[in-house]
Design a protein around this ligand. Structure first.
Ligand code: PDD
Length: 283
């Protein structure tokens, strides 16, 4: 099946889809992105993703001429043209093409690229048995709230997890507090059954899944405490899990060499996972 990408106003086969070598995304990672889930051919939680995109753009003082409505049409078109039923859409906006100079160019048009693909079903073992995470020092910049394409520390962290045979790397700050995963938000459930996840600030990305799961938890009368938690607290928690567009709600049963709770996915995590699944399917 030929795959189609959207590049600056054009739908092109993958082999022909390209941006200029002086695109500032390529030279400076001067851009932002979103990953949106597609469920049954429908874009899930589109509005919060576009809200976050607007915020990232505005924090980097990037202005796009494309309206939200026009962008939504492109996203849907790319899903349709690639016959995506269940998968993801990737959207990237960079400051555009200009002669290399760190400061913003005077006149330059934002480059927009959109791709989409079906995602293979995730191995059942991930959900049934849960996953292991390893910890790494959080060496990122102080604006992790911006969904920037500059992801080197995240890449290094994920590679470390992969080499350790783990699913994800949780990043730990200088005060021994877990900030988030390399591409996921981090959660624990304490002995009282309360959910704990770091509050929104510049140390983490405001995950769209995080927000949806938090809302679902509160609708279930569960207490949600948004505050930093330490690695020690996570190790002593009764449950832990991670959330993201691509990982949904994934149980964490081991942190480094320490088993979390009973070492199997806990009831709170499983209930939230089912609720989130129903939310994605619009049920
Ligand atoms: N990652 N934290 C970081 C650092 C992330 O990169 C992501 C998303 C999240 C979760 O956000 P959301 O729930 O909106 O997907 C948290 C995407 C999926 C990625 O880079 O592929």
């Amino acid at each position: 099946m030929s795959r189609i990408a959207y590049v600056n106003g054009r739908y092109a086969p993958f082999a022909d889809a390209a941006v200029h070598i002086e695109d500032r995304g390529y030279q400076f990672a001067d851009g932002v992105y979103e990953v949106i889930a597609v469920r049954d051919g429908r874009l899930a939680d589109l509005e919060p993703h576009l809200d976050r995109l607007d915020r990232s753009l505005s924090e980097l003082r990037m202005e796009t001429a494309m309206s939200r409505g026009a962008l939504a049409v492109v996203l849907e078109e790319i899903v349709w043209r690639n016959r995506v039923a269940n998968g993801i859409v990737y959207l990237q906006m960079t400051r555009g093409v200009a002669r290399r100079d760190h400061a913003f160019p005077d006149d330059c048009r934002i480059s927009i690229v959109v791709t989409a693909r079906n995602a293979p079903p995730r191995p059942a073992a991930i959900v049934e048995r849960g996953v292991r995470v390893v910890t790494v020092p959080d060496i990122r910049w102080k604006r992790c709230d911006i969904k920037s394409i500059s992801l080197l520390p995240n890449i290094l962290a994920k590679q470390k997890a992969k080499e350790a045979g783990a699913y994800e790397a949780w990043m730990v700050d200088e005060d021994d507090r877990v900030t988030e995963g390399s591409s996921t938000n981090a959660w624990i459930v304490d002995r009282a059954g309360d959910l704990i996840t770091r509050h929104l600030d510049n140390a983490i990305l405001a995950g769209v899944t995080r927000m949806a799961v938090g809302d679902l938890a509160m609708k279930q009368q569960r207490r949600l405490v948004e505050r930093p938690f330490t690695l020690g607290e996570a190790e002593a928690a009764s449950e832990a899990f991670l959330t993201s567009t691509t990982s949904s709600v994934t149980p964490v049963v081991q942190i480094n060499d320490v088993q979390v709770g009973a070492g199997v996915p806990g009831p709170v995590t499983q209930a939230l996972r089912n609720l989130y699944d129903a939310h994605l399917s619009g049920r």
